[in-house]
Design a protein. Sequence first.
Length: 157
Amino acid sequence: MSRFKKKGKKGVGSINTASLPDIVFMLLFFFMTTTVMKEVDLKVAMHLPDATEAKKLEKKDLVSFIYIGKPLSQFQKLYGTEPKIQLNDQFKEVRDIQDFIAQERDAMNEADQAKMSVSLKIDENTKMGVVNDVKQALRRAQALKINYSSVKVDKMK
């Protein structure tokens, strides 16, 4: 007689899930530290003009943004419907632009201050008078590197 018995087919062993919480928390921590939150809440209507020749900004940390457009509907009772200038999260006037540029420069490293540029995000229906006033204020603040934000469209359309 035989001493060994055949036990039939063995099933697949269970997976050890002891390290699963560690992996989940490691991924959670990674995404929490690398995610950049939106810094500015737009208070102006923004429909950027179309462009066929556009380049993407390389170093966004060296760029300061100025938004120009009509206030959103919830702000129109307080500010009206004329185009307004938004610096960070507040409506400002043209005379405040020089102080804004000075604050932005002070927040940068000394080596990066010369590389600072200003990006104008302007609603396509905004009159050029406001834009010219902003450009003159930027010139007085010695912020001479200016670019205009737009939406890139294909040439083939």
